[in-house]
Design a protein around this ligand. Sequence first.
Ligand SMILES: [Zn+2]
Length: 161
Amino acid sequence: MVPLTESAIRASFVNCSKGEAKRLAVPRDLDAQPWTDLDFFGWHDPAAAQRAYLVAESASGLVGVALRVAPHTGHARRSMCSLCLTTHTGDGVSLMTARKAGPSGRHGNSVGAYICTDLACSLYLRGRKDAGRRIEESLTLAEKVERTRNNLLGFLANVAG
Ligand SMILES: [Zn+2]
């Protein structure tokens, strides 16, 4: 993806207030991110592990979503990211919940998805990060990236809708 600036990131959020978007923790090392290998940009608030954020390019421009990360129950089990379909053990996948955009969100509605806890789906797909085991598939990288992107756009559409 195209490298993002802090102001572009802050302006992209669809499911939090302008004040929240202004205050939320954007990584300082934006220059050091592996942008060419990223299908979306995701990170955690270093001061609050339950807060995560995700910014992606969509047909209507950049879309940023604030996420709440559900705490782990402690027992290790195998689970799969609903975006990139990477399988992790233990706490490698987390349930992340996004408040819906607009009035629906203000009425308390949210959507959840199981996502790689470190939001590094793009790097797992490209083999730059190892989750221990991937299901062998005959898809090319381009096809896996396309599938991940479609899954992500579906999630973003649910947040927006
Ligand atoms: Zn993933």
